[in-house]
Design a protein around this ligand. Structure first.
Ligand SMILES: C[S@@+](CC[C@H](N)C(=O)[O-])C[C@H]1O[C@@H](n2cnc3c(N)ncnc32)[C@H](O)[C@@H]1O
Length: 651
């Protein structure tokens, strides 16, 4: 049974409070609504604290879900565990947001649908706040909010003042939360119990200026505002318009999802989430044994350990100690390792203990921390520079050059190189594949295979990253197959090793592929990965390129990417035309005319169109898998197009 949480009707109100992670704050109760909320918030953090910690020994008490239950520990706070053996692909629950608010950025978003606006936006006739058009069908900008904003006299009227826009987006988070709680008082306990890390934030001065500014503007209690802003920064999910996001309109904002927020972090998570029809859908990506934590990743899974740690300590104020973080090789993916300068092919692996030198895994070479960090910082300039990744997500030429630079500076396995390679893969296959050169298709096959190897290690199972990679690999292979056959080039021994390898890779993505990819445009040495399990993530956002893990004290943690899996947000293409398969003369499969050599077998059966049925079948199986993974994804239609093409080849 899938647990659905729809607030306002049968909402959960029995979530125990957060265990103590901070000392108590000064409280200053009064009779105002905010005072009452603060009172509940404070009481939930005092007498109940001990109880909630003791409750960790009790059976889980989230009562309405058959699959997950709540547990509490001093190390992790509250977290969800599986109450039974859960299978990969099972949906765990769906939840609609309690509150949806724009991201606290200095750019205008329509307050009704949260769609980003170009500079020339229209103001709401009543309060002047940004709307995409006066009758936007989005439902988020209600009468009460409009009245509250009018009373604040922010004089927004089509403002280009970035500070004003930022302030507006900032105040909307507490304003909307307080409005929801005033109409649904039963939910106050839920919000009050959510972890806000408010004590640590105050000590570290994280976001304190924002708290002050927002509290003053709203004339609300400082502690209440601090709690709500802390709750959002600690718990909110970025909800994007993909799949009919906000208000059914398609904007993107921060969503407060109290149940989903109980999933703790792991750098190799066992769930994945999507947004569809305004709700989050949480699904297992791999089997989750009974009693295990149900986890998500708060940082892009493709990022290296230091980048993830910097993000987690700055925005979520904790240090992750998962298996991947403790392993300098990152489960064999070597996403943080650097190319050794002393030997060919060796990798400089980060030390176990901070401050120790990095050591080559093949020769005796070592490099000091300072030099290693300088190399990574240098890569930042490449990524952000004129021809880098940022702003050039779709530019094959620039990305090819960037990948070359990064491969030389950092090595082929480093996460920054692989992120650039991922961007390149998407760019290569973004145009209709019939227009992509054979060389680029072959290169895409090599990159996709390499990244699938990484995914197998750090983001395995039915993760979106893996789904997208499977889709791209299968699309490229299907096009190569179709094209080679049409061109009548496919005879014994003429098929290139890359195509053979690419197609055979589809049949078994856990087999470590050969390490060299011959690229027509560039030559990339694909890193060999030592392990064989699956998965992936994707981000086109440039990760932090420093290795420090200290939170910067004076900055508001950027939660925009809270809980956002490395999303290959750039969907690589919107429409792919499927060409009618050209009739080709039927050939007989013989050892001399054998285009199934990649399977180490003679092609025994051909379709009426002359395609090897074995190969098409394997491509179809890979497409089926990506269909399961991308079931809720905006790229699902591309999987269907691919399958349509493969069915044509099969006939
Ligand atoms: C979204 S909340 C998760 C629910 C939270 N544990 C609670 O009790 O409400 C995020 C916070 O949980 C804690 N947390 C999450 N994952 C963790 C992990 N792997 N190790 C330690 N703390 C973790 C951190 O304090 C983090 O700021």
């Amino acid at each position: 049974m899938v647990w659905q949480v729809w607030y306002g009707a049968g909402a959960i109100t029995n979530i125990p409070p957060t265990p103590p992670t901070t000392t108590n704050d000064n409280t200053n109760h009064n009779d105002s609504f905010s005072g009452r909320l603060q009172q509940e918030y404070s009481s939930s953090r005092r007498p109940d604290i001990q109880r909630s910690v003791d409750a960790s020994k009790e059976p889980p008490d989230v009562d309405c879900c058959a699959s997950v239950a709540l547990q509490v520990s001093l190390e992790y706070g509250r977290y969800l565990v599986a109450t039974r053996d859960i299978l990969a692909g099972e949906e765990l629950f769906r939840e609609v947001p309690l509150v949806l608010a724009p991201r606290p950025v200095p750019t205008p978003a329509c307050l009704a649908c949260l769609r980003g606006l170009v500079q020339d936006w229209r103001g709401c006739e009543e309060c002047g706040a940004p709307l995409c058009w006066p009758r936007c069908p989005g439902t988020l900008h209600g009468v009460e909010e409009c009245q509250s904003l009018s009373s604040l006299s922010l004089s927004l009227g089509n403002s280009q003042d970035l500070n004003k826009l930022k302030l507006l987006n900032e105040i909307l988070t507490p304003m909307r939360t307080l409005l929801v709680l005033s109409t649904e008082p039963s939910l106050r306990g839920v919000v009050a119990s959510m972890q806000s890390n408010v004590g640590q934030r105050r000590r570290l001065k994280v976001g304190q200026e924002t708290v002050l500014r927002v509290a003053q503007t709203l004339q609300e209690d400082l502690d209440v505002v601090a709690h709500i802003l802390g709750v959002f920064d600690t718990n909110a999910f970025v909800m994007s318009g993909q799949g009919g996001g906000v208000g059914g309109v398609g904007g993107s904002g921060r969503a407060l999802l109290p149940l989903s927020a109980l999933m703790n972090h792991n750098c190799t998570p066992n769930t994945q989430h999507w947004f569809q029809h305004g709700a989050i859908i949480v699904r297992a990506v791999c089997d989750i044994p009974r009693g295990s934590q149900v986890t998500t990743s708060y940082a892009p899974t493709l990022w290296g350990t230091s980048a993830r740690a910097a993000h987690l300590t700055a925005s979520k104020l904790f240090r992750c100690r998962c298996e991947r973080c403790r392993d300098p090789t990152e489960l064999g993916s070597h996403l943080s390792s650097l190319a050794c300068r002393s030997c060919k092919g060796g990798l400089m692996v980060p030390p176990h203990a901070p401050g120790e030198p990095w050591a080559c895994n093949q020769c005796e070479g070592t490099v000091g921390v300072g030099a290693a960090e300088a190399l990574v910082r240098g890569a930042g300039a490449i990524v952000r520079g004129g021809g880098g990744v940022e702003g050039n997500e779709g530019d094959v030429t620039n990305l090819t050059t960037t990948v070359g630079h990064l491969t030389r500076v950092l090595g082929p396995t480093h996460y920054v190189t692989r992120e650039a390679n991922y961007a390149l893969l998407l760019a290569l296959l973004a145009t209709p594949l019939t227009d992509v050169s054979e060389g680029d298709l072959l290169h895409a096959v090599g990159v996709a295979r390499d990244l699938l190897g990484v995914a197998d290690l750090v983001d395995p199972g039915l993760s979106r990253f893996r789904g997208v990679l499977l889709l791209e690999l299968t699309r490229a292979c299907a096009e190569l197959l179709r094209r080679q056959h049409i061109a009548d080039h496919v005879v014994a021994n003429t098929m290139t090793a890359d195509v053979a390898c690419g197609i055979s890779e589809l049949t078994n993505t856990t087999t470590t592929p050969s390490t060299t990819t011959t690229t027509p445009s560039t030559t990339t040495t694909t890193p060999s990965t030592t392990t064989t399990t699956t998965p992936s993530t994707t981000t086109t956002t440039t990760p932090p390129l420093n290795t420090t893990t200290t939170p910067s004290p004076n900055t508001t943690p950027t939660t925009p990417d809270t809980h956002q899996l490395p999303s290959s947000s750039s969907s690589s293409s919107s429409s792919h035309t499927i060409r009618q398969i050209q009739p080709v003369k039927k050939r007989q499969a013989t050892p001399e005319n054998n285009y199934c050599e990649e399977n180490n077998d003679v092609c025994t059966e051909l379709s009426d169109n002359g395609y090897c049925l074995d190969t098409v079948q394997k491509l179809l199986e890979a497409a089926d898998e990506s269909e399961v993974i991308l079931q809720f994804d905006s790229r699902l239609s591309e999987v269907w197009e691919l399958k349509q093409l493969l069915h044509q080849l099969q006939r």
